[in-house]
Design a protein around this ligand. Structure first.
Ligand SMILES: NC(=O)c1ccc[n+]([C@@H]2O[C@H](COP(=O)([O-])OP(=O)(O)OC[C@H]3O[C@@H](n4cnc5c(N)ncnc54)[C@H](OP(=O)(O)O)[C@@H]3O)[C@@H](O)[C@H]2O)c1
Length: 361
């Protein structure tokens, strides 16, 4: 590709915004040309606006340090400098809904990390290995918005990435009942231990809104487009508990599954290891080569050892074994701010670009 697509990051100074900035350093297709945040940061250089809030373990990329932060609310001005935007602003749900639609209406595609539009019926919510066909609903969304190239696409919640891909790989065995407990990292709340010292040696048994998202969002991934909207699947029924644990990055899930067609343990492992999707077929820049790996050691996956598997874009699974009440149980691990947030959105944008939905303006 001769010319990179120009991308803006809404909420660039935040935890997820910083992750976008890091992942897009030296990206072969996309170049960050605009960074935008609240009025508090607007007018400062990115380096000044972030100040001591840089939370990545790698240094701030030189290319963004001197960019002057724009105000997210100055939609026309931001849109003028980009071919599309990633959204990671933290505002109220209604404000996010409105601002993302305003960007789409300037003919600027929005690939969002936020939950505001995850249930808007004609907005695709995509994990590219699971349901890239949902991008086809964009044509109906454009009709509603009155746009030719502007639209909104979103990625799902971070907590489901440790089990939804697994259940997808096992679809032919018809999983119908799932119990999942997720052990979620503090970066999922935009925090480090420095900002949240109460989490050291602690567990908090509540994450607002997370259990409902963890139970319902997988069903939308497995849904179908009917009459111009995405209709969620009805099964498997999922019940969840979501627990905050003293881990910086990495959401672990402990999961029990009942199947209508009983598989063997060997079949379950084989389905995980052979699971491939569009990102692997197209060899997209951020695609993990092996999306789901199965680890045979009894004490894996472990956050410290395994969270960065495939640069944080792969999912590690272990401990598949028969259960005395359910059919099988397993443990899954994924990186919540890479695969579960910014990285998942970058992979969506790469898929959208490869399929012609995002082009230079
Ligand atoms: N952290 C995760 O793992 C994760 C995963 C999935 C989804 N999310 C979602 O992603 C979003 C961002 O999360 P985060 O953890 O990155 O939050 P964060 O660290 O608090 O960052 C929030 C960003 O939004 C900007 N912002 C805040 N209020 C604004 C306003 N009124 N107008 C314009 N910009 C405003 C901030 O700019 P200033 O710096 O100028 O204040 C900052 O850039 C949230 O909606 C969150 O729920 C997070």
């Amino acid at each position: 590709m001769s010319q990179k697509l120009r991308v803006g990051i809404l909420g660039a100074t935040g935890m997820v915004g910083q992750r976008f900035i890091s992942l897009l350093e030296n990206h072969p297709w996309f170049e960050v040309t605009v960074v935008a945040a609240s009025a508090r940061s607007a007018g400062k250089t990115y380096e000044e606006a972030v100040g001591g809030r840089w939370k990545m373990t790698t240094p701030m990329p030189e290319g963004v340090k001197k960019l002057v932060v724009m105000n997210v609310n100055e939609v026309e001005a931001v849109a003028a400098g980009v071919d599309f935007v990633f959204s990671a602003v933290d505002m109220s749900k209604d404000e996010i809904k409105a601002i993302e639609e305003a960007y789409a209406k300037t003919e600027t595609p929005v690939v969002s990390n936020n939950s505001a539009h995850r249930w808007t019926p004609d907005v695709p919510m995509v994990v590219p290995e699971i349901n890239p066909q949902h991008f086809e609903v964009i044509k109906y969304q454009k009709q509603r918005l009155g746009t030719t190239r502007g639209f909104i696409a979103v990625k799902p919640n971070c907590s489901i990435q440790s089990y939804a891909p697994v259940l997808t790989a096992w679809k032919e065995f018809e999983p119908y009942e799932v119990v999942a407990t997720t052990y979620q990292a503090i970066s999922g709340a935009g925090k480090t231990f420095k900002d949240w010292p109460e989490m050291v040696e602690n567990i908090i048994p509540y994450i607002g809104g997370e259990e409902e998202k963890s139970e319902k969002e997988p069903l939308r991934l497995w849904g179908e487009i009917k009459n111009g909207v995405i209709e969620p699947a009805q099964e498997p029924k999922i019940t969840c508990q979501c627990i905050r644990v003293p881990v910086l990055n990495g959401h672990t899930a402990a999961v029990f599954v009942k199947f209508r067609k009983k598989p063997t343990r060997e079949q379950l492992i084989e389905k995980l290891e052979s699971f491939r999707g569009v990102p692997q077929e197209l060899d997209l820049p951020s695609a993990p080569k092996q999306f789901i790996r199965y680890m045979t050691e009894d004490n894996r996956p472990q956050v410290q050892l395994d969270v960065d598997y495939e640069n944080g874009m792969g999912v590690s699974i272990g401990r598949i074994r028969e259960d005395s009440i359910y059919d099988f149980k397993f443990v899954g691990l994924s990186h919540n701010t890479v695969r579960g947030a910014a990285g998942g959105a970058v992979l969506c944008a790469e898929t959208l670009k490869a399929q012609g939905y995002i082009q230079p303006k």
